[in-house]
Ligand binder design. Structure first.
Ligand code: KG4
Ligand code: ZN
Length: 386
């Protein structure tokens, strides 16, 4: 089964072609056109500019994902009109079995570009289409590269297959921590495609806090990778004389529930920088301490939930999951005997943590026979929940 995935919920225009054969997921192409350069000077995503850039990039990105050469792929406008570009896509289209597209959550104008393009292709090519929840995509990025113990064909009963997979892998219940630029959520999964939100951020998402603190420190957008890189300098210095400076709070760590809050931490950084005239000389220190405050809360709450719900798997996902320290410390904490957890730990490869269309194809695949949507019914929903 060949699936074309399309993702345009925020500032990445992405398309991917994935083959699912004999239970194995194979990435054929994974094309991402990033808009970082456009939004960098504003320190965050400007929705209308994002939508315009999606509009320019979507067909060249899909063309490239389908294996066609498109010279002007990232170099501004293409010489061909949209209709000609669509006509160019014709040959490959015959083999595609399904189109999966992100329908939310995300920026409404950005979502619309992906959805309307997917609908046009589904109509022109007479292919089935499935709408995918972006957050579900992040979770299912963890299944890429895994071998499933079932065969799939569009005409078979996928519900049975999913049940078999769940039984065979014995991976449920699972706890999923989704940490991205727009979301920080703890989700309990009792089975494939079955979600119960047990906690979420009351204000900023973890990635948003990274981005905003990076802006305060005059670091680049997106802030997560910039802060992680600066913090790494401290890791290297640790053996020498580094001392904790700021003692940032670990918000809501003892709240007793599974909710998060990061806006107070962001304000604590702001006040600390106002007090410290020499802060520019201590950027790595501040990055290190801020990052550690976030990591402590994320790991503490996830492991607490993992214990309470006696989960078999801990799933980490979303852009912040690309953070090296978070990944390392999660792994380490799972080895610590006091937690006494026998849970598997899943985290996607770093390039599949941040937004991409491969994860949308995989989530689309799992959802397909359950819903089997019609192209006319597909609508964007910027606040879509799991
Ligand atoms: O999932 P994602 O690509 O987009 C959304 O769905 O929001 O996540 C983007 C977020 C940004 O806030 C970015 O700063 C953060 O993920 N991020 C990181 C790292 N790489 C990306 N945060 C911490 N460390 C990283 N290495
Ligand atoms: Zn995302």
């Amino acid at each position: 089964m060949l699936i074309l995935g399309i993702e345009s919920s925020c500032d990445e225009t992405a398309a991917a072609l994935v083959e699912i054969k004999k239970g194995k997921i194979k990435i054929i192409s994974n094309v991402i056109s990033s808009q970082i350069k456009i939004h960098q000077k504003y320190g965050g995503v400007v929705p209308e500019m994002a939508a315009r850039a999606h509009l320019e990039n979507i067909l060249p990105v899909i063309t490239k994902a389908l294996g066609k050469k498109e010279k002007s792929i990232f170099g501004g406008s293409t010489s061909k009109c949209g209709v000609c570009q669509l006509a160019d896509l014709r040959k490959k289209e015959k083999k595609i079995d399904l189109i999966a597209v992100t329908v939310g959550p995300g920026l409404i104008t950005s979502l619309l570009v992906g959805i309307e393009t997917a609908k046009v292709l589904a109509y022109l090519w007479n292919k089935p289409i499935i709408g995918v929840n972006h957050l579900e995509g992040h979770i299912y990025a963890n299944f890429i590269g895994k071998i499933f113990n079932f065969q799939f064909s569009i005409f078979k009963q996928i519900q049975n297959s999913i049940r078999q997979l769940a039984d065979k892998c014995q991976m449920f219940p699972a706890i999923c921590l989704i940490v991205s630029g727009g979301h920080t959520e703890l989700i309990l999964m009792k089975d494939h495609l079955k979600y119960k939100k047990i906690g979420q951020t009351k204000d900023d998402a973890a990635g948003e806090a990274f981005d905003k603190v990076a802006k305060m420190l005059n670091l680049n957008y997106p802030g997560g990778p910039a802060i992680a890189e600066a913090a790494m300098k401290i890791k290297k210095l640790q053996a020498t004389s580094y001392k904790l400076q700021a003692n940032f709070p670990r918000p809501m760590i003892n709240s007793g529930d599974y909710d998060f809050s990061f806006s107070g931490l962001k304000t604590a950084v702001l006040y600390q920088l106002k007090k410290d005239k020499d802060w520019q000389k201590k950027i790595p220190e501040y990055c290190y301490e801020f990052q550690q405050a976030i990591i402590d809360v994320l790991i503490f709450k996830t492991l607490k939930a993992a214990k309470e719900y006696k989960v078999k798997t801990i799933i980490l996902s979303g852009g912040v999951a690309a953070n090296n320290e978070l990944r390392k410390q999660f792994n380490h904490q799972l080895q610590v005997t006091s937690y006494k957890l026998q849970a598997n730990f899943l985290v996607p490869s770093k390039n599949l943590c941040t937004d991409n269309a491969v994860m949308i194809t995989v989530a689309g695949y799992f959802n397909f026979c359950k819903k089997g949507e019609k192209w006319q019914k597909l609508k964007p929903d910027s606040n879509l929940e799991l």
